[in-house]
Design a protein around this ligand. Structure first.
Ligand code: ZN
Length: 463
């Protein structure tokens, strides 16, 4: 058997690995590489293998850095099935469409400049028809519902506890009379995260391809989001102002709604109107509601008492633009949860433009803010900031909550890998920068695993 690492090698995006066994070519994930525009353009358009020669693709979860280049794969001639869990397929159905919109918008922007300079125009990476063709190829398998993607290979999904539907992929491979177990972790979640289950251990593993995003660090304790929300709600009620929460549409928005619902159930939340002002967050919340079988015990207990975790008095979703515009005329107190999570686009920009200059308002950042984003500028207290090309003075209070990451830290990853058992012969650390990768590889060897590698892009291993 051969494993080829085509993406998320020494970097955290573009997850893509290929297993060659018994004449079969299996692709694990087909994620979008997200980086500098020129490099991303090249990498996402040019596969370092023949897409038509892939027999099947197995998708760990819906995040775009794992699923976002599937439409390109189909466009480039891939004919096989794409296996994923039911929740992953439902999330992909709108996340990939959203990604096609972004691809189109980006290419329009680039082409404007190229036209001025008399250069040939680019095509978008993929279009809606490619997404539709890709979605038709998706075949769903629930956790533990084993299936065969080809001769001598049995595949089983287990809950990775990262986002709704996220799976670790176990391949039981029969080759030359021997059976070996290869596990691809996808992204590993954290213990005790709300709504979804903890990562489910996999045993008797021979080889593992593991993520290593936080392989060199320990997360700070998960700050109590409920306590913070309660305190901030109190402040905006007193001042009749706004609490603006830029949040990722999938995962983080639902985490906040879940906390607000709990506060409500406990009678601790002042009756403040809450608006989810993001079409994608609205659809994602519906998907979370459609897949209650994936909830953890606590969330199931809420449901059994007739309490729906994403529904409480005064919670409203505003899918259309008109309803969104109405929000700007409303008087406080009110809470607006909107995307994008790093304030790089989406309706949150309108709310920030309107609200950032008011000293009674609060802007709460519940997620990581990457360098050079508006979100990062705000948490670094830059003043003024530019929104829609205009300068805005920042007077609102800026608050951030730490420790809500959806990824396991070093301790969590080592616990997950440690549970794989004494047979584990070799680990491949992917989905990480070089330092966390090497640190995690060293710690894996300290666990007693004979070999741990941090593959570079397009490196191959025969095992
Ligand atoms: Zn992920």
């Amino acid at each position: 058997m051969k494993i080829h690492f085509h993406g998320a090698a020494h970097t955290v995006t573009g997850s893509m690995h290929r297993v060659e066994v018994n004449g079969l070519n299996l692709l694990l994930d087909c994620g979008l590489f997200q980086g500098k525009r020129k490099e991303a353009f090249q990498r996402n358009r040019n596969f370092s293998f023949d897409p038509a020669a892939i027999d099947a693709c197995i998708l760990s979860h819906a995040h775009i850095d794992h699923s976002g280049n599937l439409p390109s794969l189909v466009k480039a001639g891939f004919k096989g099935p794409i296996y994923a869990t039911p929740a992953t397929i439902e999330l992909c159905s709108f996340m990939l469409k959203d990604s096609a919109h972004i691809q189109n918008r980006d290419v329009l922007y680039v082409n404007k400049r190229r036209k001025r300079q008399g250069q040939t125009l680019h095509e978008p990476l993929y279009e809606m028809k490619d997404v539709e063709a890709c979605l038709k190829k998706m075949k769903s398998h629930r956790y533990h519902d084993s299936f065969s993607p080809g001769p001598g290979v049995t595949c089983t999904f287990t809950d990775a506890g990262h986002i709704l539907g996220s799976a670790a992929v176990t391949l039981d491979i029969e080759e030359n009379g021997a059976t070996r177990r290869l596990v691809f972790t996808g992204d590993v979640g954290r213990e005790d995260a709300p709504i979804i289950n903890d990562p489910e251990p996999v045993h008797d593993v021979d080889f593992v391809i593991t993520e290593g995003t936080y392989g060199d660090r320990l997360h700070p304790a998960m700050q109590d989001i409920k306590t913070k929300l309660k305190e901030l709600c109190g402040a905006i009620v007193d001042k009749k102002s706004r609490l603006l929460i830029p949040a990722f549409a999938v995962g983080r928005t639902q985490q906040i709604l879940y906390a607000l619902n709990e506060l409500h159930a406990e009678g601790k939340l002042c009756p403040v109107p809450v608006f989810v002002d993001s079409p994608m967050a609205t659809t994602a919340t519906e998907t979370y509601e459609n897949h209650a079988q994936n909830y953890d015990q606590e969330a199931l207990e809420y449901l059994s008492k007739g309490d729906y975790p994403f529904s409480f008095p005064k919670l409203r979703f505003t899918p259309d633009v008109e309803a969104s515009k109405e929000l700007s005329k409303m008087k406080g107190p009110l809470i607006i949860i909107s995307a994008s999570g790093m304030c790089e686009g989406g309706r949150i920009l309108h709310h920030l433009a309107q609200g950032v200059g008011n000293r009674d308002n609060i802007i709460l950042f519940p997620g990581f803010q990457a360098q050079h984003t508006l979100g990062r500028q705000l948490i670094e207290k830059r003043n003024p900031v530019r929104i829609f090309g205009e300068e805005f003075a920042v007077r609102a209070q800026i608050v951030s909550i730490r420790g809500l990451s959806a990824h396991a830290d070093q301790k969590g990853l080592l616990k997950y890998i440690g549970a794989m058992g004494k047979k584990l012969k070799q680990a491949f650390v992917v989905h990480c920068e070089p330092h966390p990768g090497r640190t995690l590889a060293r710690e894996i060897v300290n666990l007693g695993v004979p070999k741990a590698e941090v593959p570079t892009r397009n490196q191959s291993f025969t095992i």
